[in-house]
Design a protein around this ligand. Sequence first.
Ligand code: HEM
Length: 500
Amino acid sequence: MTDARDRQSGPITLRESIFCHLSFAICHGIESLMALPDGPKASGVYQMLQWVATPFRFMRECYRRYGDCFTIRLSQRFGPLVLFSHPQALQIILTNDDGKLFDAPGEINVLLQPVIGTQSIIGLSGDRHRRARQLLMPPFHGERMRSYGALIQEITEQVMSRQEAGNPFPARKPMQATSLRVVLRAIFGLQDGFRYRQLEKLMTAMLDGLGNPASASLLFFPMLRRDFGPQSPWGRFIRNRQQIDELIYAEISDRRRAGQDGERADILSLLLSARDETGATLTDVELRDELMTLLTAGHETTASALTWALYWIHRLPEVRYRLLEELNGLNGELDPAAVSRLPYLNAVCSETLRIHPVALLTFPRIVRSRVELMGISMEPGTIVTGCIYLAHRRPEVYPEPDQFKPDRFLDRHYSPFEFLPFGGGIRRCIGMAFAQFEMKLVLSTLLTRFELSLANGRTVKHRRRGVTSGPSPFRMVLGERKTTSGDEREQAGAEVTKQR
Ligand code: HEM
């Protein structure tokens, strides 16, 4: 099992190298036949280095020089990629990506393969992809999703209570622990115990290990995947992954042996009972890859968004004050449904996802029939993508785009092609509703039950984190546990008055 996976994600073999060169030749063959939008002229390797190390500067610079759409070349392996950020272009791409004008093939989503394997929803195309979405989406919506509300609140309290008052701690740590525990409980249905704790420890180590731009290079440059022992970056990664796989396969095997328990509401139970049109169930490898996808996509992203939200709420006293006022209107009852409807809390979460979109790009789409986008004729075979980061920074849509201003989401409604932190079309994030629900419940619980502050006034920057992005590390301090929300509000109000 591990060997097979290593063959997929290990150092490039001769066969893969021939494949890379062939795809390069094909891409360049296609490229010579079609006029792609202008873009940087540096070599693919250099553009890839910029994309990995300084993606925000790279995108801004390209936008400044080439405007609404431009072509980047991120190495032979990927061929040219055309980035669009204008809402009109995004609308055309994301409302026509079901195979006629555009397609969203899974085979080109290879970056995360070392983590999620080849059988994940992200790597599937056509009917198999549609079926996987039908299977996986329902638990992340409606009543099923809302049933996780109390669990999210309980886990948030549990994790934050472990911090020692007065001792600065890295802000990301409790956010990552909270979102990972939510996923382990909701998706795997795991209760606290050895497997749960091991998975928590190993997943955190594996994803932190890919966290900074240097280690994220392992995902972008397959030739760096060399096992020089347990202390080398790739060696550590594959050993970690092997242990995680063993735990996941052990859980699958135990659950298969125990048979179906109608009482269980977790997503693994649902996947175990799913059958395709021939009556076949998912194989262990398919189950492992889907679980690993949900485990990774379902907690890394939410943890980054939550960490950013904590930063802004505590950086801008007025934002915190208004949130506390709004929460106070609930009279001490944090009913999950009521919390999820609070307008200012919703605006703060949306503004966080706007100014710091965790995913910088949508998954790539491929042109199937010739189409005109922003006055440029796109030939079949061209690979395009929506640039979420640049779409969220358009000054005509978002005046003062670099300022954190939640009110913009109260004053105006944004179309799904102006505000798209979860992408769109046939690959729109299946966890969108769940992630927003979780963010609101975690933040409201933290604000009403704990007193937090930033440990210092240092500016926090947007950084690459694996294939996504997140804040640079910063610390927070926990004060005394709250007794009444009224005292806290008065204190926050005094701070706001002082600032004014
Ligand atoms: C703040 C949190 C999150 C953000 C910003 C986010 C963002 C995204 C984006 C931009 C995409 C690509 C959409 C496209 O190409 O059009 C995506 C896909 C996906 N997301 Fe999320 N996501 C988040 C949370 C979650 C959660 C909680 C889960 C599940 C537990 C999840 C599971 C997935 C899956 C499985 C896909 C692939 C869908 C497909 O290929 O059809 N995400 N997400």
